[in-house]
Design a protein around this ligand. Structure first.
Ligand code: ASP
Ligand code: MG
Length: 406
């Protein structure tokens, strides 16, 4: 029997009516003779609301309690879907992350899946039930509840697909699939029929909100067929593949932006071996991921080092960095919110000269100042003022003719 994993995002299960519609789709899949594992997100903006609530009662909510709180969003959706299915005459059972056998490491709010022991899911499937699993959550060896990071239900779904050796993992969302840009910013954005794992990884890493990057990594590692598609209609979306079909190898495949970025500069850093490590190790230990890193050429043995992190990590990161700066004898630490990252991505960029130049020329023509630049094999990222981000995305989308993707 074919086993499929389907994941339904927050918007798709945002109301009772939508839960009924999602359940209908699950029921249809089951009726077509498939075994179905449905992974569900929290309804609508539940997670945001719970986090906001936490911050209203606590300045810095402890990670453990925050996870205990926000995991509930998904724990609410799963039984609602299961009872709806049962009402339609489809045998179903809801499972928490723990019951689904999702074991994670101990890092709260960003926990990584260590292993999956899906005995209860298999049991349910063997009994002819749909297993409705609460996404985003897991449990540590000590039975502490953890969550996998924002958007983590994707990771739950793909990891389950890998563990269960599913034929396909369908990621149902509120957009048609992976688009060339965020359609709220670029109305001309086009649907990509295929995208390479590495492209979507780069896009996701620089702010495209379609899929959780860790989900894609797991998919690539275990060769999971991932189909990102809309839960609002039946049309196919985007298949994530290892190799793009020949005709799809456009040079630039997508433009992404991320607005909640902060910038930290450590000024007057003594330029000697080990200082970069001394700065970034404590950040890593604190679980803060840093991104665009630029170290200036040093003059008189002194240099400046700038990096970006998520806005939400700024307070924590500044605290860590100020301590380090004192230890290594740096002059001062300055930080700024209000910046954004704008990136272009595409495997075809490899070995195609002139792409970077075209990007910079396009931004100049749009009167957007570039504050920092970072490049990777198949990506170029510019840091710009947040107010310019959307204008920059639109200019790049048209300069690289992404509105003409077939
Ligand atoms: N509910 C979680 C979030 O909003 C996880 C998810 O939706 O994938 O981030
Ligand atoms: Mg989501």
């Amino acid at each position: 029997m074919t086993l499929v994993v389907q994941k339904y995002g927050g918007t798709s299960v945002g109301t009772a009516a939508r839960i009924r519609r999602v359940s209908r789709r699950i029921a249809d899949t089951a009726a077509s003779g498939c075994q179905v594992v449905a992974v569900v997100s929290a309804m609508g903006h539940t997670t945001d609301r719970l986090i906001e609530l936490a911050h209203r009662v606590s300045d810095e909510p402890p990670g453990r309690e925050l996870d205990m709180l926000v995991a509930n969003g998904e724990t609410i959706t799963a039984p609602l879907v299961a009872m709806c299915l049962q009402g339609m005459g489809v045998p179903a059972i809801s499972l928490t992350g723990q019951q689904a056998g999702i074991r994670t490491g101990p890092q709260h709010s960003k926990a990584r899946i260590r292993e999956i022991d899906p005995v209860r899911i298999r049991q349910a499937l063997d009994r002819g039930q749909v297993a409705v699993v609460a996404g985003f959550q897991g449990v540590t060896e000590e039975l502490e509840i953890t969550t996998l990071g924002r958007g983590g239900s994707d990771t739950t779904a793909v990891a389950l697909a890998a563990a269960l050796d599913a034929a396909e993992c369908e990621i149902y969302t509120d957009v048609d699939g992976i688009l060339t840009a965020d359609p709220r910013v670029v109305p001309e954005a086009r649907l990509l029929r295929f995208i390479a794992y590495e492209e979507i990884l780069e896009l996701a890493a620089v702010g495209a909100k379609v899929m959780h990057p860790r989900a894609v990594e797991i998919g690539e590692l275990y060769g999971v067929r991932i189909h990102v598609r809309s839960s609002f209609h039946q049309r196919p979306g985007t298949m994530i593949v290892a190799e793009l079909p020949m005709e799809e190898r456009n040079r630039v495949r997508g433009v992404a932006h991320e607005s909640n970025v902060a910038k930290i500069t450590v000024m007057g850093v003594p330029d000697r071996p080990g200082v970069a490590a001394a700065i970034f190790e404590p950040l890593a230990e604190a679980g803060i991921s840093v991104d665009v890193i630029v170290q200036n050429v040093s003059t008189d043995g002194i240099t400046d080092l700038t990096f970006t992190c998520a806005d939400s990590d700024l307070r924590h990161a500044s605290k860590v960095i100020e301590k380090v700066a004192r230890e290594i004898g740096a002059r001062e630490v300055v930080h700024a919110g209000g910046v954004a990252k704008v990136s272009i991505v595409g495997t075809g960029m490899l070995g195609t000269p002139g792409i970077a130049a075209r990007m910079f020329r396009t931004l100049a023509a749009a009167k957007v100042n570039i504050e920092m630049i970072s490049t990777a094999e198949i990506r170029i990222t510019c840091l710009v003022a947040r107010k310019d981000a959307e204008k920059a995305v639109r200019a790049l989308h048209s300069a690289f003719q992404l509105d003409q993707v077939a």
